[in-house]
Design a protein around this ligand. Structure first.
Ligand code: NAD
Ligand code: WQD
Length: 344
């Protein structure tokens, strides 16, 4: 058995997929989650896939004393992957303080406790949202950080700054900041996947629910952008590919292979796909029609962004492997599983 890793937000979408990959790489995993955006059944799903039930505690990362008790209960945690955060862009505009408190205090608590418990490194979930609309595409890690378009986006920028300032103060641990592009897809077993609360705000969950007849037509937000077909372009990254990058990052920190105390990597495919292309690929991959209509632009949307993933490819030795079609098939399989379980 390798080292013990604490996964915050491990019952969530990306966290749960990462727990599986950590377990399959031999790590012992402790999951904490306050279940504000997830369900305890996810832990059953993890156990079904890996055959290993991770240690799980319902705990809020804002609860510093609770975190201390956790580190005492599970001695020897060597690394942290910090997923726990509130992530709904629109909600953050209406409830900024909730977002600033949840996303900032959680990280500060962990960073403060790490040296007391001899934790060697923390992997942080950041986002391509920090680039805003990049001037140069594909965007690499040296691109300027643009003013945030939402309190959520701002928390990611501030989180990154907090990490850098803390590490540069000569605290004895390392960090790897991972900037995700647009994670989509589900585990190939369809035992775990993305389960948004209420009406999905993100494209793919809305698309699969529309294809299932749950939501009516998918609204395509704008066909008058400066892109080949007029719809916005994103870099859709398979969630299992994404999860695997976290294992590489943890290995790297714990083996002392980091080239700097804080490293930052884009996690994307390097391929930009438009909304209309994505709908078309889904229909081809699954044979299922997506009812959609073109509507006006969504406020605050970035026109086009996709990653230059060369830094992660070359330094981490990580590449996104899954095809868009296989990934979209996994989304559909997950949607069918939700129907089978009577959830959707
Ligand atoms: P998610 O909501 O599915 O998972 C986050 C989990 O954290 C949830 O299970 C939630 O209950 C938990 N949580 C929230 N606040 C908590 C707290 N204070 N204490 C303990 N648990 C808490 O989201 P996700 O899509 O898996 O995202 C994981 C991370 O990746 C987040 O930090 C998010 O901002 C970041 N990210 C996500 C995307 C995306 O499109 N999904 C893109 C870029 C970055
Ligand atoms: C993708 C494309 C929409 C819904 C958000 C966050 C970002 C990051 C990833 C966390 C856009 C279009 C969408 C719909 C549509 N999250 N769309 N109809 O906006 O790239 O990024 O998630 O860090 O911070 O802002 O993702 O899935 O919402 O949209 O046409 O019903 O699909 O306009 O072009 P986005 P998304």
């Amino acid at each position: 058995m390798k080292d013990k890793i604490l996964v915050t937000g491990g019952a969530g979408y990306i966290g749960s997929h990462t727990v599986i990959e950590l377990q399959s790489a031999g790590y012992e995993v402790v999951v904490i989650d306050n279940l504000s955006n997830s369900n305890v059944d996810v832990i059953d799903g993890i156990e079904k896939i890996s055959g290993i039930r991770p240690a799980f505690e319902i705990l809020d990362c804002n609860d510093c004393n609770g975190l201390k008790e956790l580190f005492d209960k599970y001695p020897g945690i060597k690394g942290i992957i910090h997923f726990a955060a509130s992530k709904a862009v629109g909600e953050s505009v209406h409830k900024p303080l909730l977002y600033y408190r949840n996303n900032l205090v959680s990280l500060i608590n962990l960073l403060e406790l790490m040296p007391l418990y001899h934790v060697k490194g923390i992997v942080f979930s950041s986002s391509c949202t920090v680039y805003g609309q990049p001037d140069i595409l594909p965007v690499d890690e040296n691109a300027p950080i643009k003013p945030a378009l939402s309190p959520y986006g701002n928390t990611k920028q501030i989180n990154e700054e907090i990490i850098r300032d803390t590490i540069y103060s000569k605290i004895p641990y390392k960090s790897i900041i991972l900037r995700y592009f647009n994670p989509i897809g589900a585990h190939p077993t369809a035992e775990i996947g993305e389960l948004p609360n209420g009406v999905p705000q993100n494209l793919v969950p809305f698309l699969t629910q529309a294809a299932m007849g749950i939501r009516g037509e998918l609204s395509v937000f704008g066909d008058d952008y400066d892109t080949p077909d007029g719809s916005c372009i994103r870099d859709y990254i398979n969630v299992v590919d994404l999860a695997k990058a976290h294992v590489i990052a943890v290995d790297r920190m714990l083996k002392g292979q980091s080239e700097a105390d804080v490293e930052t990597f884009n996690l994307g495919t390097g391929r930009g796909v438009s909304v209309l292309e994505l709908i078309n690929s889904f229909e081809k991959a699954t044979g299922v029609k997506v009812p959609y209509k073109i509507v006006g632009r969504r406020e605050g949307d970035i026109e086009k962004v996709w990653a230059n993933p060369a830094h992660a490819n070359n330094v981490l030795g990580w590449t996104a492997k899954e095809t868009l079609e296989d990934t979209l098939r996994s989304c559909w399989k997950w949607q069918l599983k939700l129907r089978e379980r009577g959830i959707m």
